[in-house]
Design a binder for this molecule. Structure first.
Ligand SMILES: [Zn+2]
Length: 233
């Protein structure tokens, strides 16, 4: 690097220091938004992936990367992604999730993502929520997955949220399912034919949201669905 460029870089590092959005450690050296420690070692990886006994027939498999840590760094990170417009960090986290999915060690599922053409479907936000937050964090995650895979990403009008729902936080499993019922509409079912739909979300809790969306996709396309999330509560 030329001395002047080096000087400018170090000035910008002082004025705009790069930190891990998760733990706050300086990442000026590599410019990452999520540091290596947070990517590799801070969180516990989900040991069993694939089939979950609670999943409905319409779901082919469920793949989450880390166990949710109530009150911990991961909860804070996912909260910040949702409410603090950290789109680039969301994309970076999506790439981490994408690498996890293609490198996971479960031999039985080694071909599940390659069976048919995978198409990523981020859980959509209602347009009023999208306006308020400025972006959809699930779409940012999907964009990150796209960077490290050769999969497709459904456009924003393929699946939409037609009903405004109240937050699922604090509701029990049955209340969540009722709250989310008929919240989605598949606008372009033709785009999801002859492919492997993969729903992308940040956290899997009771599955109310992703299962409702999976059921809708199955109804319209007869395709069973994979679900991928960063965290599993
Ligand atoms: Zn970190």
């Amino acid at each position: 690097m030329l001395p002047i460029k080096k000087f400018r870089k170090s000035i910008s590092e002082i004025v705009f220091p790069v930190c891990c959005v998760c733990c706050g450690v300086s990442t000026n050296k590599d410019g990452r938004l999520i540091c290596r420690w947070c990517e590799k070692d801070r969180f516990e990886y989900v040991s069993e992936n694939g089939n979950d006994e609670i999943q409905p027939e319409t779901v082919l498999g469920l793949y989450s990367m880390w166990y949710f840590d109530k009150g911990g760094y991961l909860q804070q990170l996912l909260h910040n992604l949702k409410y603090n417009y950290l789109r680039n960090a969301g994309i970076e986290l999506g790439s981490i999730l994408g690498r996890f999915l293609i490198n996971r060690s479960d031999p039985d599922s080694s071909t599940i993502f390659d069976y048919k053409k995978p198409v990523l479907i981020p859980v959509p936000l209602h347009k009023s929520k999208l306006r308020k937050r400025g972006y959809n964090q699930a779409r940012a995650l999907a964009e990150g997955i796209l960077k490290v895979t050769k999969w497709d990403l459904a456009d924003e009008n393929t699946v939409i949220r037609v009903r405004k729902t109240k937050t699922q936080t604090g509701l029990n499993s049955a209340e969540r399912a009722k709250n989310i019922q008929n919240a989605f509409s598949i606008k372009k079912p033709g785009h999801l034919q002859n492919c492997q739909p993969i729903i992308v979300d940040d956290v899997f809790t009771t599955g109310a949201t992703t299962f409702e969306l999976a059921n809708q996709i199955f109804e319209e396309t007869s395709n069973r669905v994979l679900i991928v999330t960063v965290a599993k509560a």
